[in-house]
Design a protein around this ligand. Structure first.
Ligand SMILES: Cc1cc2nc3c(=O)[nH]c(=O)nc-3n(C[C@H](O)[C@H](O)[C@H](O)COP(=O)(O)OP(=O)(O)OC[C@H]3O[C@@H](n4cnc5c(N)ncnc54)[C@H](O)[C@@H]3O)c2cc1C
Length: 301
């Protein structure tokens, strides 16, 4: 189906895009990679009168490092993040980017668009919430920055005002001795995951100093599995398949999941997936925290 007709506006700067959104009001939508918006337009689930295109604004796609953080321009494509050597220093980011859909989607879809869309099945929010992530925004009232945990408030819902843009995503570089993994289970490459788990651990020797665990596709937003994190903190982790501490953290994650049955499986099946994914993500995170290189972590049916 073709989208309903709309007026197309090409913004030349972020300020101009914000001004356009202010003038056009709630009948306008921003176009980034179009990988969520264009299908919705074609299905006529979204029928904006105006589209403000961000794709021709200079300097909105970048990956930069300073002494404490990596900075991603909102228009940075998933594929650019996947291929970036800088991103490989925080493996959760590379895992996430490399597992999103297929090459076509990764070459168009953007990190800013993904967070703004706040799709409960989207990968970025779940992976980034285990890291110290800040979302930088620009609107009519000026610039503001929020922790990611305060940016997404519900399924498909963020704190963005109608005339406000995501401009940058900032991720603090984890401390030495910290390792992470983002593992998704997918029925095939070009589809969203059935469930996913993100883990970031800090080890001192074999003792877990700190842990962040998040679950994706099993709630309206990414779920922080705080009981599972508590089950790991202060404990010795050997990281093998018989590690009882890891098993109890995975069981705590099962209890935290709140999945809905759908075409990807029953609620019970998704809870089972969560247990397996959390175990696997913890084991990979431990190996990475010890300095080992582990690649290709996703599971495909
Ligand atoms: C076949 C297919 C499979 C996919 N599989 C996956 C998957 O496995 N995992 C996954 O995470 N995603 C998946 N996606 C979605 C993809 O990652 C999208 O790129 C992402 O959800 C949205 O990013 P976008 O840049 O395409 O945004 P768009 O589609 O252009 O925009 C999405 C929404 O965000 C708003 N928006 C965009 N950018 C900004 C901004 N800078 N500031 C404020 N608002 C903004 C738009 O107005 C719109 O409402 C898939 C998409 C397709 C088509």
């Amino acid at each position: 189906m073709y989208p309903r007709s709309f007026h197309y506006h090409r913004a030349r700067s972020l300020d101009e895009a914000v001004a356009m959104l202010g003038q056009l009001g709630s009948s306008a939508k921003v176009l980034a990679g179009g990988q969520s918006l264009i299908p919705l337009l074609k299905l006529r689930f979204a029928n904006p009168e105006h589209l403000v295109d961000l794709n021709f604004i200079p300097d909105t796609s970048f990956i930069e490092e300073d002494s404490t953080a990596l900075h991603f321009g909102a228009m940075t494509r998933h594929g650019e993040i996947e291929r970036s050597a800088l991103t490989k220093t925080i493996p959760v980011l590379h895992d996430c980017a490399a597992g999103i859909a297929d090459v076509q989607v990764r070459n168009r879809g953007t990190i800013g668009g993904s967070l703004a869309e706040a799709d409960p099945s989207g990968d970025w929010a779940n992976a980034l919430v285990t890291l110290d992530t800040t979302v930088h925004c620009l609107g009519h009232g000026g610039a503001r920055s929020l922790p990611l945990k305060d940016f997404i408030t519900d399924a498909y819902t963020t704190v963005l005002a109608p005339d406000e843009l995501v401009t940058e995503v900032e991720v603090k570089i984890p401390h030495k001795g910290s390792g992470g993994a983002y593992v998704a289970f997918k029925r095939s490459a070009p589809v969203y995951p059935s469930a996913s788990a993100a883990v970031q651990l800090t080890l001192a020797g074999d003792v877990c100093q700190d842990a962040a665990i998040a679950l994706g596709c099993v709630g309206l937003t990414a779920i922080r599995a705080t009981e599972a994190e508590t089950a790991l903190r202060g404990k010795t982790l050997n990281g093998d398949g018989n590690d009882k501490t890891i098993a109890s953290a995975a069981e705590a994650a099962r209890a935290a999941a709140d999945p809905q049955p759908d075409m990807r499986g029953s609620a019970e099946y998704k809870r089972e997936l969560v247990v397996a994914l959390v175990k696997r993500a913890i084991q990979i995170a431990i190996r990475r925290a010890r300095g080992e290189r582990v690649e290709g972590v996703h599971l495909y049916a």
